[in-house]
Write a protein that binds this ligand. Structure first.
Ligand code: PLP
Length: 379
């Protein structure tokens, strides 16, 4: 099997696996228990919180552990009310983990506005500027889009928003970016940030939400009062520790990983070009973190290409993982104003830390063969 869907999920690193197994086996006590064995588990949580906080330039008390990126996004959006925000503003290309809870709030009577993106998948800063009227709002703008890989100018956007109202809250969904690009919450100027371990070689079922000190936080899950009474449920200690170790490792290898992945991308594109394959990359290549390539192949149906590659044991995607069952056209590519033809011919190839040169060559060869077959059939 050749795995090129690292934006959907990633292979766990050895480091993360070892951490998961060791804690599951040896420190399975409940961190809320009062005896020493419980305290050992609590120590692991404290250490994990410190590791995660350090990786994003936050304070440990600003990190809340959750079950996934979706929960972190839902929680972040739900904090608009308790923070007295007059309106929620989000980009049209947010993940459904952000869009759907916002829609729920809109149905409950909340004032909601969406801002668009240009044809390169970059959020329109002028549309945000038009909404700045001095009132406190909650903004949710993702750091990296999951379909195109395009990084949004969050620091610039945050600066403009906070200049308008220093108390406005900026949430960024960093689920795709974290562990792959440098993140410092102060440099970004964000008040909340969502993350999910399985996107950076950690385990599934664990994530976190960063909330800057000073923001009001209301409980998201009620129960036994874990996570300082704000997110109840016995903590997934092994998963949390494994996430922390995965993030720490990825952050220490950011430069070497991204250079290597960039090299693989270049090699792949070169092979396609050398073989006369006509493609367009969807999204701004100058703003893209290496790893995600959203490409339209002329005359080819993206979904048919996906299944042709699948028959050879190669995994790629046509959009976000959570979207893949939907017959609808990608709302991200539609927001960019791309033609239906270009959207229908798009596939998302996402390269990860463990992909090799041989795998990239095999992927390129398989795509070349398929595209040639389709173009012969059309002659
Ligand atoms: N946000 C983005 C940008 C994503 O790509 C995803 C998952 O694909 C999520 C949120 C949801 O994360 P999780 O799968 O951990 O719930």
């Amino acid at each position: 099997m050749l795995y090129f869907d690292n934006a959907a999920t990633t292979q766990m690193s050895e480091m993360a696996l070892t951490a998961l197994l060791e804690v599951s086996k040896n420190i399975y006590g409940n961190p809320s228990s009062l005896y020493a064995y419980g305290k050992e588990a609590k120590k692991i949580l404290t250490e994990s919180r410190q590791i995660v906080a350090k990786c994003i330039g936050a304070k440990a008390e600003e990190i809340y552990f959750t079950s996934c990126g979706t929960e972190s996004d839902n929680w972040a959006v739900s904090l608009a009310g308790i923070n007295n925000c007059s309106r929620i503003v989000a980009s049209q290309i947010e993940h459904h983990a952000v869009l759907n809870p916002i829609e729920r709030l809109r149905m409950d009577g909340f004032d909601v506005e969406y801002v668009g993106v240009d044809n390169k998948c970059v959020v329109k800063k002028d549309e945000i500027a038009k909404l700045l009227d001095g009132k406190k709002k909650l903004f949710s703008i993702m750091l990296q889009n999951n379909e195109t890989g395009v990084l949004q100018p969050i620091a610039e956007i945050a600066e403009a928003i906070h200049k308008d109202n220093a108390k406005s809250i900026i949430h960024t969904d960093a689920v795709q970016a974290i562990g792959h690009v440098h993140i410092d919450v102060s440099e970004l100027g964000v008040d909340m940030l969502s993350a999910s371990a399985h996107k950076f070689n950690g385990p599934k079922g664990v994530g976190f939400l960063y909330v800057k000190c000073g923001c009001n936080v209301s409980p998201f899950i009620l129960g036994g009062g874990q996570e300082r009474m704000l997110r109840s449920g016995t903590e997934n200690v092994a998963g949390i520790y494994s996430m922390a170790k995965a993030l720490e490792e990825n952050c220490s290898q950011l430069h070497s990983n991204s250079t290597r992945i960039h090299g693989l991308e270049e090699r792949f594109l070169e092979k396609l070009s050398q073989n006369g394959i006509r493609y367009i990359i969807n999204g701004d290549c100058g703003r893209k973190a290496p790893g995600i390539l959203n490409m339209s192949f002329e005359g080819v149906e993206g979904e048919a290409l996906l299944y042709a590659l699948d028959s050879k044991g190669i995994c790629v995607s046509t959009g976000s993982a959570c979207n893949s069952k939907s017959k609808d056209r990608s709302y991200v590519l539609s927001s960019m104003g791309l033609s239906d033809e270009r959207i229908d011919s798009a596939v998302r190839i996402s390269i990860g830390r463990y992909n090799t040169v041989n795998e990239i060559d095999e992927l390129a060869n398989s795509i070349v063969k398929y595209c040639n077959l389709v173009s012969k059939a059309h002659m």
